[in-house]
Ligand binder design. Sequence first.
Ligand SMILES: [Zn+2]
Length: 204
Amino acid sequence: MEGYGLPPALRSLLATLEKLPGIGPRSALRIAQAILKKPTLLEELSQALVEVQTKITPCRECGYWAEAEAGLCMICQDVRRTEPVLCVVKEPADVLAIERSQAFRGHYHILGGVLDPLSGITEKDLRLDNLWKRLQKGAYEEVLLALGTSPEAETTAYYIARQLTDWHGKITRFASGIPVGSELEYIDPLTLSRSLRERQPVYI
Ligand SMILES: [Zn+2]
């Protein structure tokens, strides 16, 4: 954004806001304006950011959001989650989407992305080593690949399934019904729970 007499601190705030997904120069300006109008909001926001920075960490087991003190997320700590299924997703927001459907009582594994060679994302950028380790030591009987339906997600699901050919358990994915290219977080809970119930084996 051009300066137009903006003080440097404000310019730097705008530049930072524009780095956020879905925020362009206009939205950045609107947000900055709203924050500056309301000192309490500014205070709340800065406090929340510091808290997140110091208190939230990726769960050491699954990669979901966890309290830094505990190290483990609420889902990994929940002893009532006994379904022997490990659901592999792309990002933490996908966990929220599946949890909203209330149709899954197993554990998650967050990859942190999908294979995307054009953007430079390769096997070593994803939490794959961790996944193999969990499957070796864990008592899981099924891996549910819920990475979405983009071409990159398909490639990643296929890659994981191929690496797991010698693994003892089942490898499954959602039933059809999820529109091509869609992200899990945009799918309504009902469709998601149906896809979960009607999951299908992955053949390679
Ligand atoms: Zn966890």
